[in-house]
Each structure stands twice: as structure tokens, then as C-alpha cells.
Design a protein. Structure first.
Length: 130
């Protein structure tokens, strides 16, 4: 049986409030390891994610679940990093288009960011707001 692949994307730009994303990733790994079903999951993580990294990571991993942790804006944009490590907002329409293109294998998207309700509403995703 193929494993359920989880892609954990995190971004914590240097000019935004610091988040404990490493701790969140550690806790996810720990819970998966303690699970009786641990052999059915594969967790891949990409940290300090830039907008161009998102598509590449999805194509590399081919996940069923994409989990983004980071900052979000009240306008619905998620905050990734630019080349200097500062905030690079990504418009909800761009992410919506991406997830539509990969919807044949991505079955669940978790947005763990402030104002994620706005992003989820634009992309018809279930909501988990920080």
C-alpha cells in the first residue's frame, strides 16, 4: 500500500513576528511516530519557503495532504519569504489556481496561519485558523 504523503510547508519571514514552526513540525513528527498507523504516513518538510518553492515541492513529493504554517494577512494573502528572507505575500487567487491544478492528488490542505479563513473561503478549503 502506498503511504499517505504529507507536505509540511513553513515560512517565518525575518520581518514578521517569530513563530515556533520548528516546534510545530517536531510535534507533528512525534504524533505520527506515536501513532499505530505510523507506517502509513510519510512526512516531508520544506522550511523557509519562497513562492517558487511551493509548486516544485508539490511536484516533487506528490502529497495527498499539504500543511502550510506561517503568517497570513487580513487580505487573505499568505506570507512566504523572498530571497532576503522578508515577507513575500502570495495572493489567494494564485494559491487557488495551484491547488486546482493539483487537485487530482492533493486531497486536503491545512492552512495554519492568521486570517486563513479568508484564504480558505477563496479556495473552498476547510478552515483551521491560528
Amino acid at each position: 500500500m502506498d503511504k499517505i504523503r504529507i507536505l509540511f510547508l513553513s515560512s517565518d519571514p525575518s520581518d514578521a513576528g517569530r513563530l515556533r514552526l520548528g516546534q510545530e513540525l517536531r510535534e507533528i513528527r512525534e504524533k505520527l511516530q506515536l501513532s499505530k498507523q505510523r507506517d502509513t504516513f510519510q512526512l516531508d518538510a520544506r522550511e523557509a519557503v519562497r513562492p517558487g518553492d511551493i509548486t516544485q515541492a508539490i511536484f516533487d513529493v506528490e502529497p495527498q495532504i499539504v500543511h502550510f504554517s506561517g503568517h497570513g494577512m487580513s487580505t487573505g494573502e499568505l506570507c512566504f519569504e523572498n530571497i532576503t528572507g522578508t515577507v513575500q505575500p502570495v495572493a489567494p487567487s494564485a494559491l487557488s489556481s495551484l491547488f486546482e491544478r493539483v487537485s487530482t492528488h492533493v486531497q486536503c490542505v491545512v492552512l495554519n496561519a492568521c486570517h486563513s479563513e479568508s484564504q480558505a473561503g477563496r479556495t473552498h478549503l476547510n478552515i483551521k485558523e491560528r
